[in-house]
Design a protein around this ligand. Structure first.
Ligand SMILES: *Cc1c(COP(=O)(O)O)cnc(C)c1O
Length: 394
């Protein structure tokens, strides 16, 4: 029987049917531009306001601190570029980490080319930021700390509360890319002293091309897209009403189901990790065992090319990923796996499998059974493994 098993939910998720259903009328019936005067269109303003409230409630924020964007990448770009511009008089230094998503990393590199200074913090072997190194990196000119809530490749969750406290004590703004964490772990922006937070719709069963940046009241940040007065003059462009409605529906749904859904995923995740660890030799789990997203499994298999593994999994109807979607297709190993200290050849043999709300135990068994077989097959063709096996009398 043909099977299809989607284990790439960190790349994107299936848009939930009720999300699509909620969006449809905003294409075909209530298509008015919220900025128009007549009520047919202007009532969409209230619709947007309602979605903003949903986001704010989930984060413990206020509705007017939520600014819709065209996704997580835009929110990250905005947080970094516009903050550094707005606080030029205060300083020119940003602290971030070596394991950020490219939306943050490449923006930081862009800012370096503009004359700003960036510290890229190392992480430990599980991908966790070292707080003493963060403290040491702070300068009088540090304006912004940008550290992701949870990593998209290895699932590691950072000590966000502690990082936020350090930022606050030093009068530094704190931005976190929470695209992976939002909807998966509870987040409160006040408890964690978060000043800015990026989120995206399509990572939590919402639509693609919609996200938001939470900006704490009082933070001076320049508008990012210039034009009309939308998003309180900070982000121009006719609102993506269907996208915003879909995003709101998805966030409400994710918040309502969080406990049960993530509890189930965590169990399946641990079952999968346990089976792979005990049944496939020379397999190493990447990322922290405990401080980990409930749906993330990431393993390195020695003596194997991750790309070959992915292709063979694909032939069995299994969707998985090597590193992040952005690095797939290039021959460079993932910057995250290198940052946690994996040698190139081991980083190359890595696979990320991220569970979704529809994943079952039967799916996991099918995947692990096939993984075992494929790893064996690839190793039997590997000269590296042959040498290794000879040396160890296998
Ligand atoms: C997916 C992702 C992004 C980018 O979000 P888009 O909505 O796809 O632009 C940013 N950061 C992290 C951690 C992500 O996983």
């Amino acid at each position: 029987m043909e099977r299809f098993i989607y284990l790439d939910n960190a790349a994107t998720t299936k848009t939930a049917p009720e999300v699509v259903e909620a969006m449809l009328p905003y294409f075909t019936e209530n298509y008015g531009n919220p900025s128009s005067v007549y009520s047919f269109a202007s009532k969409n303003k209230d619709v947007i306001a309602k979605q903003r409230e949903i986001m704010a409630n989930v984060l413990g924020a206020e509705a007017n601190e939520i600014y819709f964007t065209a996704g997580g990448s835009e929110a990250d770009n905005w947080a970094l570029k516009a903050t550094m511009e707005a606080y030029k008089n205060k300083g020119n230094h940003i602290i971030t980490t070596k394991i950020e998503h490219h939306a943050v990393l490449h923006t930081a590199e862009y800012l370096e080319r503009q004359g700003f200074e960036v510290t890229y913090l190392d992480v430990d072997e599980n991908g966790i930021v070292k707080l003493d190194e963060l403290k040491k990196a702070i300068r009088p000119t540090t304006v912004l700390i940008s550290i992701m809530f949870a990593n998209n490749e290895i699932g590691t969750i950072q000590p966000i509360k502690e990082i936020g406290s350090i930022a606050k004590e030093n009068g530094i703004l704190f931005h976190t890319d929470a695209v992976q964490a939002f909807g998966q772990v509870p987040i409160n922006v006040d408890e964690c002293h978060i000043d800015m937070l990026s989120a995206s719709g399509h990572k939590l069963n919402g639509p693609k091309g919609i996200g938001f940046l939470y900006i704490r009241k009082g933070v001076k940040i320049r508008s990012f897209v210039h034009g009309g007065a939308q998003e309180r003059k900070r982000r121009a462009g006719t609102e993506n009403v269907p996208g915003i409605v879909g995003f709101g529906t998805a966030v409400k749904r994710a918040a309502d189901t969080m406990k049960e859904r993530t509890g189930k995923e965590r169990k399946l995740r641990d079952y999968m990790i346990e089976r792979i660890s005990s049944e496939i030799p020379y397999a190493k789990l990447n990322g922290d065992v405990k401080k980990r997203l409930p749906n993330n499994v990431n393993f390195s298999f020695r003596f194997i090319e991750g790309e070959s593994l992915l292709i063979m999994l694909d032939m069995k109807g299994i969707c998985a990923s090597s590193g992040s979607a952005c690095t797939s297709g290039s021959l460079d190993p993932s910057h995250v796996l290198l940052a946690i200290g994996l040698p190139h050849e081991i980083a190359h043999g890595s696979v990320r499998m991220t569970l979704g709300e529809e994943t079952t135990k039967d799916d996991i068994d099918y995947v692990v059974d096939n993984l075992k077989e494929i790893v064996n097959k690839l190793r039997s063709m590997s000269p590296l493994y042959e040498d290794f096996a000879k040396k160890h009398n296998k």
